[in-house]
Design a protein around this ligand. Structure first.
Ligand code: CP3
Length: 335
């Protein structure tokens, strides 16, 4: 079983952070400077293995998350994916035919280095550390495929739902997400996180079709074949709909964003579901004592439940490395 889950069940408050391998680390910047093309960087076995392990070396986190990106799936299918400095991801025109015609074997071959990176990382990572694989959720991937960049306003959501191709694309994306999860498990990850970064764009009526049901189908399929692999869900921004999400989707771990009220979570979420995260990354920029108080607030709130310390979203690039060291020390010294 995943050591991350074991430690959380033993109430040891394990810790890892979303975007722990990233631009706030000077050792990451050093590798990044030589890797001009971000997708090529994600597929470079030596470089990606190295940056996956950097935060473990520096902070002794309980889990490594494989250095990759959720947009490796559209890339694997053959849609163009580029990353522009200070803009973010930019995708080529979506082509339904391409999505319909791309074969499993071709997709796997195109991104096979991700699986080699997992194998390589597992060899180098000590046994008591978890290795987390990840995917974007069907809805979040669909948003990028059709919008071709990060959505800047809520109106994007309406356009996507109205698009004649969206339901067909959603189904195909769901299929490739499953394939990518399965290949990551075969390569050696012991935990899977599903990032649904844009779930919060959906209204209550559309959440079921575009978020709950496809996520549920994927989880059922993974669990049937790989019952020992825990699944972490991060449906960002869905507020109190989280209750319905958990009832329908049944994740092993629920990762909460900073807008989620911990009391609501304690009261309404099945106690068998492990809770992860919550603290706003904004506290990384407050006074030391203020940040420490917030860390202890979350640890105290969830002290009677299995809890994994994490943030409510990724580590911002402006974060000081010392601040993260402080955060780790505070979690480790908590009694
Ligand atoms: O350390 C880790 O968490 C593992 C690696 C990881 C990356 N992206 C690397 C990355 C993970 C888990 C992701 C997930 C991801 N990618 C999400 C879901 C989580 C979230 O943030 O909501 C999303 C929406 C993406 C798509 C994406 N990738 C965007 C919007 C951007 C640009 C925004 C930004 O922060 O610059 C990326 C680029 C990206 N992915 C970087 C990293 C380290 C920064 C690239 C760089 O070095 O220039």
């Amino acid at each position: 079983m995943s050591t991350l889950i074991k430690k959380s069940l033993k109430k040891e408050n394990p810790i890892w952070l979303m975007r722990q391998a990233g631009r706030y680390l000077p050792e990451y910047q050093k590798v990044r400077k030589k890797q001009k093309d971000f997708i090529k960087f994600c597929l470079n076995i030596k470089a990606a293995t190295k940056v996956t392990l950097q935060p473990i070396k520096r902070y002794d986190f309980d889990a490594a998350i494989i250095f990759s990106d959720i947009l490796i799936i559209p890339y694997g299918i053959g849609q163009e994916v580029k990353f522009e400095e200070s803009i973010g991801p930019i995708l080529g025109k979506p082509n339904l035919k391409l999505y319909q015609q791309t074969k499993k074997g071709k997709f796997i071959k195109k991104i096979e280095n991700v699986y080699k990176i997992i194998k390589n990382t597992r060899k180098k990572l000590s046994k008591d550390k978890s290795l987390i694989g990840f995917v974007g959720s069907p809805w979040t991937i669909l948003v990028y495929v059709l919008n071709q960049k990060s959505p800047k306003e809520i109106s994007v959501c309406k356009k996507i739902i109205k698009n004649k191709k969206s339901k067909q694309l959603l189904k195909i994306i769901e299929k490739f997400i499953y394939i990518h999860i399965e290949q990551q498990i075969k390569a050696g990850v012991d935990t899977i996180q599903l990032f649904d970064s844009w779930a919060g764009l959906l209204n209550k009526k559309d959440l079921n079709y575009f978020c709950f049901q496809p996520t549920k189908r994927i989880i059922i399929k993974v669990r049937k074949k790989y019952p020992h692999i825990p699944i972490i869900c991060f449906p960002k921004g869905i507020k109190t709909s989280i209750k319905k999400f958990c009832k329908i989707v049944k994740p092993n771990v629920l990762s909460i964003d900073s807008k989620m009220n911990p009391n609501f979570v304690l009261k309404e979420i099945d106690p068998n579901i492990i809770i992860q995260g919550g603290m706003s990354p904004g506290f990384l920029f407050k006074r030391k004592s203020e940040m420490q108080n917030k860390i202890k607030f979350y640890l105290n709130k969830f002290k009677n439940r299995a809890y994994i310390f994490n943030l409510g979203h990724g580590v911002p690039k402006e974060t000081k490395t010392n601040t993260i060291q402080n955060l780790v020390n505070t979690v480790r010294n908590f009694k």
